[in-house]
Write a protein that binds this ligand. Structure first.
Ligand code: ADP
Ligand code: MG
Length: 565
């Protein structure tokens, strides 16, 4: 500590490069400071530091972290506390560019495993980014001292050190409850649960915050279940969606898409006060949508598409510019390949000709002249052959009444069970459709990606940059704008790290199928942790957990992807 103060005094007024001298570790009375990386100038991305705190000085007892999920919850809590403490800080550090900046990887409404805070057996590690202060390129040593000797201790005093056991207990209880509901669901074949009084709509299209004054969710009696949960007397009541085919119908603007969106996000756990704490979906549920323009590499889409013009093969279909329907077919096949057990589909983001094909059209355009087998003729087979469920929003066509196990009507943001009515109508008003999907869904080929699919080189340097919806990987831009269950920029960074790991370790040379590759990554995350994919040691504070499905989505959107013959 004295050491650091001395160094800062010595380099005060010198050129920015001299800051490199402060890399290293320093003992403070209440924590240890590790300066892992020093930025090149005050405008470059900020320096990386870690703070190590003995758990014994905090309220984070062993019992709060005795399972992985509980530990994640505690870590999440610390990140939020530190973020809050930084926001409340009176930070008057002077200087140019990012001088004085103090940052932690900020979580949103979801609880994700993150590297920003890591709780170990005896220590808590907090990863921060800070802008080392300078005027132009001249080091402002006194200002830097302010950061290390005033601001950091103050942040910790108001966060890690001041968290009370009672608050931790609250967060842990919510965690236990969510876990209990998820395992209850698994045991009983429930793929989605929405507790009564949940708040589904969000404040705006660009916000994940709850909408104020929203109509709370209320399950129809026919679909209501009571789930016993720990830490509360009464069981939790709400709507259960079981495995199978579930249709969401209703007039425009009555809340159909909002319901489906909430289910998409239900693969993640939400924080207290979000309104979706008890909106929980099968962790392997995947949103499927049309995405014209994307590239597709040797995907077997023959279950849905056949006899394309000029005999283009669909057993191993590639394109640089997919159409609405082919992209939606590929999205389904790729998510099945990755292991999805529930598909979530909204008419708003689907290709119409992929979803429906009515009797009149069947009469006018004969099957031989229509490459597409619509989803309606395959959805039942997905269920029967592979135990894959579908939850589908469809307000524009009643053809699905015949295949649905459940029909939910949204009316003024309230759900009603109209299964019986819909089935009656299906009996009374025949669609006159012919089934075009054959007997079986059909098998698909396992794909094996090849080395050379990934090249992070951009000229002489390696370059990987991530935004929420895009990864710049060398010369390749991987477009993730339509990967809707990717919700946090740190998840995208995680994908970037994983891809880089795959490239670095020549993982593709092991000839793993896509699904084996995803298993490998998933196991490595579970065993060695998120940061284990990184080539750099020390500070890895901006990564968050990503599902195998979003990783697969990124892999599949690489335009240079090569698949073995
Ligand atoms: P649909 O898909 O049926 O056309 P949306 O789900 O897009 O309808 O919802 C239409 C609008 O209603 C959206 O602006 C949405 O935020 C709002 N909304 C949805 N559910 C609720 C609710 N429970 N309370 C208040 N507003 C809601
Ligand atoms: Mg809609």
């Amino acid at each position: 500590m004295i050491n650091l103060a001395k160094k800062l005094e010595q380099i005060d007024g010198k050129g920015y490069k001299a800051y490199k001298q402060i890399q290293g570790s320093y003992k403070f009375p209440d924590f240890e400071l590790l300066i892992d990386y020093v930025q090149g100038d005050p405008f470059a991305s900020p320096s990386k530091i870690r703070i190590l705190i003995a758990r014994s000085k905090t309220a984070f007892l062993q019992k709060w972290t005795n399972s992985r999920q509980r530990k994640i919850r505690c870590e999440d809590m610390i990140v939020r506390e530190v973020f809050q403490a930084i926001s409340n800080l009176k930070n008057n550090v002077r200087g140019s560019g990012k001088s004085g900046l103090i940052m932690i990887d900020k979580p949103g409404q979801k609880v994700l495993e993150r590297t920003a805070v890591q709780i170990g057996e005896n220590d808590i590690t907090v990863c921060l980014s800070i802008g080392l202060p300078a005027q132009g390129r001249t080091i402002l040593g006194k200002e830097a001292k302010k950061i290390f000797f005033q601001l950091l201790p103050e942040i910790l005093r108001h966060s890690v050190f001041s968290v009370k056991g009672k608050d931790i207990e609250c967060a842990i209880q919510l965690c236990d409850q969510q876990m209990a509901i998820r395992s209850y669901m698994k045991e009983r074949g429930i793929i989605a649960f929405i507790a009564n009084n949940s708040i589904l709509p969000r404040a705006s299209g660009v916000s994940d915050q709850p909408l104020k004054g929203a109509v709370p969710f209320q399950s129809p009696k026919e679909m209501e279940v009571s789930i016993p949960v720990p830490h509360r007397q009464e069981p939790l009541k709400g709507m259960a969606i079981f495995k199978g085919i579930t249709l969401i119908v209703g007039g425009g603007y009555h809340g159909k898409s909002t319901l489906l969106k909430a289910l998409e996000h239900g693969v993640y756990d939400h924080i207290e006060g979000d309104g979706r704490e008890f909106v929980l979906t099968d962790r392997s549920a995947c949103k499927i949508r049309a995405e014209d323009g994307r590239s597709i590499k040797k995907v077997d889409i023959s279950a849905f598409i056949n006899n394309l013009p000029f005999q283009k093969s669909t057993k191993s279909f590639s394109t640089e510019n997919a159409s609405g329907s082919t992209s939606q077919a590929a999205n389904i096949m790729e998510m099945l390949e990755a292991g999805a057990k529930t598909l979530l589909i909204d008419e708003d983001t689907s290709a119409t000709n992929f979803m429906i094909r009515d009797a009149r059209m069947q009469a006018l355009i004969h099957k031989e002249h229509e490459p597409i087998t619509p989803f309606i003729d395959k959805v039942l087979q997905l269920k029967q052959d592979f135990d894959v469920s579908t939850i589908l929003v469809m307000g524009g066509s009643g053809d699905y009444f015949s295949v649905a196990d459940r029909v939910i009507k949204m009316d003024h943001y309230k759900p009603y069970d109209v299964t019986h009515e819909a089935k009656q109508i299906a009996c009374q008003i025949k669609t006159g459709r012919k089934h075009e999907g054959g007997e079986k869904f059909g098998e698909w080929k396992l794909r094996i990606p090849e080395s050379g699919s990934l090249n992070s080189r951009k000229g002489k340097k390696s370059k990987i940059a991530c935004r929420l919806s895009e990864i710049q990987y060398g010369l390749e831009k991987i477009d993730l704008s339509y990967v809707e269950q990717l919700v946090d920029e740190s998840q995208t960074r995680m994908i970037g790290e994983i891809l880089s790991y795959i490239e670095r370790t020549n993982l593709f040379d092991r000839r793993l199928t896509v699904s084996q590759l995803l298993d490998f990554v998933e196991n490595k995350i579970n065993q060695d942790g998120l940061q284990s994919f990184s080539a750099h040691h020390g500070h890895q504070g901006e990564l968050a957990y990503v599902r195998r499905f979003e990783l697969a989505a990124a892999l599949n959107r690489i335009r240079a992807l090569k698949i073995r013959e």
